[in-house]
Design a protein. Structure first.
Length: 546
């Protein structure tokens, strides 16, 4: 008997993982967005394993996630121990153990027999046999493995299920930010036009990411301008979260905000655990209006009251961008109705770092599978990229079949030694691999609306949520106040409800909807009452003075 009722997707995700295991997929991956309840999904998998007589370990990389995962297990009635040096607990033999990977991977044998290993925030798993998670897996032996993340690719790029040494086999379940908003579990977000943005031409790259040394001087110079905009746009926002690139800018910004009489805390990677916990608690309780950090408050940071997100950290990482914005999407009370009643109907994003322009609005970012193939080494069985000539693990030559005579030949062979067939003919027909994600740009972050904004040009109004009634689809819009509320979609438009982003209301009700036009950055598809579709420009956003 569970202490809570799981949401539908929190049951569907474990079902998909178990179905994958039963179908021979050894390392399935769950793609579940921020605030979708990944801890409960992992806890439900652990609960099922314990019910079968097994033992489960849930690994994470921060103390906050370790505590969060343990609490989720206990909410499902499990006896869950914690093993994390930072929390002062070192449990090794409970039915379920929530652990910090850095505290246990060298001594995994101390856990005894384990049958399931679950990895939270799996985007930290590298594409190699190195790293703490891989060492942990080798030490545990033959166990069921599954991962969960809101960004199913490495933060510097690279799908977790593709390429040489990919840590997982297949994404078996997806629950997106748009799903969360439309189901009422996440707050919609909107972006505000920010002035005095960073000059990207002055930024420098190191290992694929912008350096703090090149961004901090600009951010320090613009502190007062940015704070003025934060005060202007966030006047009715109660919890501000600020992301900086480096220690110099973060320290200076926190000090300057306090000089502006904005109670502000500072959390850095070097902040002592006790001081960090006190700052977060003061922020959660409202004694601090703002928190400034670099990268300490991304994954695992859970303060639903955040309703103004300020990005002053430029990043090339799509994953980090999603993680940052995700901190502002949580609802107060677990659903949008409770959140509105508690005073948070949406959240605003001020992007001084150009991240939205760089990566695109979150509702149009769609990670997708590439066409790359993986093949197994005949000698050791390790998976390799299809073009690999030698196995990365055992260095054995990789082989292939000649398409003409089906003889076995070494990779890299151009002319078959058995029948003289020209392999170049096959190579010339290979398709170009698809990109990791599509990131068309637009004016919105997720749904660019606020009750004080003007309507979009052309009379288009953004859809906040779609619900299925007994006989029709209902769409919830937020603009303008006279037309706010639920609007019935005619049958010809209802079939496009899942994809619809905006609607237009005529004298007889909803007369058309707009849906994405593939990966287009500037156009959308208009669907009319008769079912016809035409391509039209993406609606412009007219932002009124706040």
């Amino acid at each position: 008997m569970t202490a809570i009722t799981l949401r539908p997707h929190q049951i569907d995700a474990p079902d998909a993982v178990e179905a994958a295991w039963n179908n021979g997929i050894k390392r399935p991956l769950i793609d579940a967005c921020v605030a979708s309840g990944k801890s409960l999904i992992l806890a439900e998998l652990a609960r099922r394993e314990v019910a079968r007589g097994g033992r489960a370990i849930i690994a994470a990389h921060t103390r906050e996630l370790v505590e969060q995962n343990a609490n989720a297990c206990r909410m499902l009635g499990l006896h869950c121990g914690i093993n994390a040096a930072a929390l002062g607990e070192r449990t090794w033999r409970a039915p379920v153990i929530s652990c910090a990977i850095q505290s246990v991977y060298k001594n995994a044998h101390n856990f005894g027999p384990v049958t399931m290993f679950l990895i939270d925030e799996s985007h930290l798993c590298p594409h190699s046999e190195a790293g703490m998670y891989h060492k942990m897996v080798r030490a545990l032996g033959d166990v069921r493995i599954a991962g969960a993340s809101g960004t199913v690719f490495r933060l510097q790029g690279g799908s977790l299920v593709e390429g040489e040494g990919a840590p997982f086999d297949q994404v078996v379940f997806r629950y997106t930010i748009i799903d969360g908003i439309r189901d009422g579990y996440l707050c919609p977000a909107f972006s505000i036009g920010a002035d005095d943005k960073i000059d990207e031409s002055k930024l420098r790259l190191s290992k694929g990411e912008f350096t703090a040394a090149s961004s901090d001087p600009q951010m320090i110079a613009e502190m007062d301008n940015h704070i003025a905009q934060m005060v202007h746009h966030g006047g009715d926002s109660r919890a501000w979260l600020v992301f900086e690139a480096g220690t110099k800018a973060a320290t200076a910004m926190a000090a300057r905000m306090n000089e502006w009489r904005i109670p502000t805390g500072l959390v850095l990677g070097t902040t002592p655990a006790g001081e960090r916990a006190r700052a977060i608690e003061a922020f959660r309780a409202g004694r601090l209006r703002a928190l400034v950090n670099i990268n300490a408050l991304t994954t695992g940071f859970d303060v639903p009251d955040v309703d103004l997100l300020v990005m002053r950290r430029p990043t090339q990482s799509l994953g980090l961008y999603i993680q940052q914005v995700g901190r502002a999407l949580r609802t107060i009370g677990g659903n949008i109705e409770a959140s509105v009643a508690a005073g948070k109907a949406d959240c605003a994003v001020l992007d001084f770092a150009g991240n939205i322009d760089r990566h695109g609005p979150l509702d149009f970012i769609r990670p997708k599978e590439t066409t790359s193939r993986l093949v197994s080494c005949d000698e050791c069985g390790k998976r390799n990229a299809s073009a690999a000539v030698k196995c990365w693990s055992c260095d054995a030559p990789m082989t292939k079949l000649c398409p003409a005579c089906l003889g076995i030949v070494r990779k890299g062979t151009l002319d078959c030694p058995h029948c003289d067939y020209d392999m170049r003919i096959e190579a010339s027909g290979e398709a170009e691999p698809a990109k990791l994600s599509e990131t068309p740009s637009g004016a919105a972050l997720i749904a660019s609306y606020k009750s004080r904004q003007d309507e979009r040009s052309g009379g288009w109004r953004p859809i906040a949520r779609v619900s299925k009634a007994e006989t029709s689809f209902l769409a919830l819009v937020q603009l303008p106040a006279t037309d706010a509320g639920w609007h019935t979609l005619p049958d010809t438009l209802g079939e496009h409800a899942d994809a619809a982003r905006w609607l237009r209301i005529g004298q007889d009700g909803v007369e058309a909807v707009l849906i994405p036009n593939g990966a287009s950055r500037s156009s959308v598809r208009q669907v009319s009452l008769d079912g016809s579709q035409i391509i039209v420009p993406m609606p412009a956003v007219a932002v009124a003075a706040l």
